[in-house]
Design a protein around this ligand. Structure first.
Ligand code: FEO
Length: 168
């Protein structure tokens, strides 16, 4: 049985993952409204991935007979400035999420809750990838700089990657 503190913390993290999904969906809408459908597609996929993170925690809670209490999801911004500013926000957000996961992991360790610790190790690894992907995007956009042709090429390349994704 999960302790009350662990249940409260996992419920909070479920909400945080939903907020991440909402934030990236808002960013996707913004990109697509300025005709960057490739960047928008990348963000849509990221938004969907956040939902899988939330559901992974949701399922874990139910497997361990925890009580799910869903919280209110905050409203994400709808304006994000330039592409480089937006993707820097993605990177900063992922770093924040890594911090939240680390705190949750420390709580599980302090309670000798081994099952939750093991479950959270998946998230710790996942955050390494999430931060790397966001950081790569920031670097690529910085390389393109103010060159709109280069940005458009990057956008089209991302659009191609999401169209040619395996299984699609
Ligand atoms: Fe669920 Fe992007 O971390």
């Amino acid at each position: 049985m999960l302790s009350q503190d662990i249940q409260t913390a996992i419920n909070a993290q479920i909400k945080n993952e939903y907020y991440s999904s909402y934030l990236y969906l808002s960013m996707a809408a913004y990109c697509e409204s300025i005709n960057f459908s490739g960047f928008g597609g990348w963000l849509r996929k990221q938004s969907e991935e956040e939902l899988t993170h939330a559901m992974r925690l949701f399922d874990y809670m139910l497997d361990r007979e925890g009580r799910i209490v869903l919280d209110k999801i905050g409203q994400p911004p709808s304006e994000f400035g330039s592409l480089v500013e937006m993707f820097t926000q993605v990177l900063e957000h992922e770093k924040e999420v890594s911090g939240m996961i680390n705190k949750l992991y420390e709580l599980a360790l302090s309670e000798n809750d081994h099952a939750t610790s093991v479950e959270l190790q998946w998230f710790i690894q996942e955050q390494v990838e999430e931060e790397k992907n966001a950081s790569d995007m920031v670097e690529n956009i910085k390389l393109a700089g103010d060159n709109s042709a280069a940005l458009l090429m990057l956008d089209r390349q991302l659009a191609g990657e999401s169209t040619n994704a395996p299984g699609e």
